[in-house]
Design a protein around this ligand. Structure first.
Ligand SMILES: Nc1ncnc2c1ncn2[C@@H]1O[C@H](COP(=O)(O)OP(=O)(O)OP(=O)(O)O)[C@@H](O)[C@H]1O
Ligand SMILES: [Mg+2]
Length: 508
């Protein structure tokens, strides 16, 4: 049964909501303040937290912050007073799934709650504190906790493991972790990329050959399987194996012995196989491209690694991990990422998964001139849709972004030769703030700079600051492209609205 934790200091409100949600079929528990709520979450978790904002002691916003840090996948809906819309803005800004204002409409409440529960990963099952890294694999999300647990359980057994996952999700890292935690850890881990070896060489590569068995076989040669004996063979991209090799591999797995090409004598082998694929092998079987009997031999334990977009709670942890790694490697002193840049990453869906995030951070560290990663230094291979970028969502988000850029840019020096070279490498890769044509960091900085200090920005005020930025960006884009049509495209706004605004700001 899905469970909801209700947090409100008013008894009557708790009772009312409890009855209502029980009728909806939820298991409902209640807490009178934030501290009590955290204790209850640690004890048994929940699938949704519904919390009042104004409460004595730890208030709802503070509770929200704690919950987001401890249980990133757990959705939280806030109850706000109709008279204080600022609370709602702040709650949304701090990561609430949604809010409802008192006095509320019961139907609206129900629909928000169902939507929130469907969006999240509740925490009901495992309230133990999450581990943040396991054998070099970083992750704190519930999904990764399950994977750590599976690795822990399956590694010491001889069972073959089949790892499924999109490209860049960490399949090889996980295969290595299985080996490192197995009884064969002292012996070899042999990665074999099934798609990289040509079919006619595959058999000899895997099982070895004897001298003279084919042209070029000038001496006996052991195969990769012999090398992996008493250890682990990692068969990467197993979905690419040809039918002939599939059949041979099946025989090896059944009989636990191999015969080298051209040889007559079979040798006994003791190998643990970990295979990986980004294909859905069940589909391949249905289409007749993959042997079902081989599949069952390989997938004794199947392990699915979810794409990064399904476990965004791991993003901050991975960012810090890679920041430290590349800061060290590139000899730079960057230990921080601006909160706005982090928000941009949280809103990106990472088609290339962890590998892509790693590349983004590596490039960011290389490009960044100040000692903190700013949004401008992030570049993306995939598309970043502007409406996903939180700057448009709330005024406080916009203000935060501007303040950050101004604050850090002010301290940083731009236009060093180092930056110029690095930026030329990234041309063609999209940055949500600096479309390719704005790729010179110095130019970008001056474009975004609308006040010379944080104080000045606050004096100007948000409306005027945003208008100034808009005017500058539109003017610049028109100048660059020499066409209002193209400028509109560049800025991802409609032509009509660009034309209107250009006129309003007196830009020709
Ligand atoms: N959870 C993680 N923690 C730390 N690093 C990770 C994690 N997942 C992936 N990486 C890093 O991301 C990169 C890609 O990982 P890996 O090669 O294991 O992915 P893969 O699933 O095998 O990808 P492909 O299908 O493209 O071969 C590596 O540099 C790896 O170290
Ligand atoms: Mg791989």
């Amino acid at each position: 049964m899905l469970s909801v934790l209700l947090v409100d200091d008013e008894r009557s409100m708790r009772d009312f909501l409890k009855i209502l949600l029980k009728k909806e079929g939820f298991d409902v528990r209640t807490a009178g303040d934030g501290t009590q709520a955290l204790e209850m979450l640690a004890e048994r978790g929940a699938d949704l937290v519904l919390s009042d904002i104004r409460m004595p002691g730890m208030n709802g916003i503070e509770l929200l912050e704690q919950v987001k840090g401890l249980y990133p996948g757990l959705p939280m809906v806030m109850v706000t007073a109709f008279s204080s819309p600022d609370d709602a803005v702040q709650a949304m800004h701090n990561g609430a799934f949604d809010y409802i204002s008192k006095p509320f409409n019961v139907n609206e409440l129900k629909s928000v709650i169902h939507a929130a529960i469907n969006s999240g990963n509740g925490y009901t099952e495992e309230p133990s504190t999450p581990v943040t890294s396991f054998s070099g694999i970083i992750g704190q999300s519930r999904e990764m906790q399950k994977i750590f647990d599976m690795i822990r359980r399956v590694s010491p057994t001889p069972a073959n493991v089949l790892i499924y996952g999109e490209s860049g999700t960490g399949k090889e890292l996980i295969a290595k972790a299985i080996h490192a935690n197995s009884r064969a850890a002292e012996n070899n881990f042999v990665p074999i990329n099934c798609s990289a070896i040509p079919e006619d060489l595959m058999e000899s590569e895997l099982f070895g050959h004897v001298k003279g068995s084919f042209t070029g076989a000038i001496s006996d040669k052991a195969g990769l399987f012999q090398e992996a004996d008493h250890g682990t063979a990692f068969l990467d991209e197993i979905g690419e194996l040809t039918p002939m090799i599939q059949t041979k591999l099946l025989r090896v797995l059944q009989e636990r012995e191999i015969k080298p090409v051209g040889g007559t004598k079979a040798t006994k082998l003791n190998i643990r196989i970990v295979a990986a694929t980004n294909k859905i092998l069940e589909d391949e079987i249905r289409e007749g491209r993959f042997r079902e009997d081989l599949f069952y031999r390989l997938a004794v334990v199947p392990l699915r690694i979810p794409p990064l977009r399904e476990r965004k709670g791991d993003v901050p942890l991975l960012v810090n991990y890679f920041l430290e790694k590349y800061s060290r490697q590139l000899n730079k002193d960057i230990q921080e990422i601006s909160s706005y840049a982090m928000q941009v990453l949280m809103n990106y869906d990472f088609p290339g998964n962890v590998r892509e995030l790693e590349n983004i951070i590596e490039r960011g560290v290389a490009l960044e001139n100040s000692n903190i990663i700013l949004p401008e230094s992030l570049s993306f291979h995939g598309r970043v849709t502007h409406n996903k970028v939180p700057v448009r969502k709330s005024k406080s988000g916009k203000l935060q972004f501007l303040t950050e850029v101004i604050h850090y840019r002010h301290a940083a020096t731009s236009d060093t030769p180092e930056v110029a070279t690095a930026s030329s490498e990234t041309s063609g890769i999209e940055n949500p703030f600096t479309a390719p044509r704005f790729s010179l960091p110095g130019e970008t900085a001056s474009l975004l700079q609308i006040a010379s200090s944080e104080q000045e920005l606050y004096n100007i005020g948000i409306e005027q600051a945003l208008a100034a930025l808009e005017k500058r960006l539109i003017g610049h884009a028109i100048e660059k492209t020499n066409s209002k049509m193209k400028a509109a495209e560049l800025l991802k706004m409609s032509f009509r609205s660009l034309r209107y605004k250009a006129k309003k700001y007196g830009i020709n």
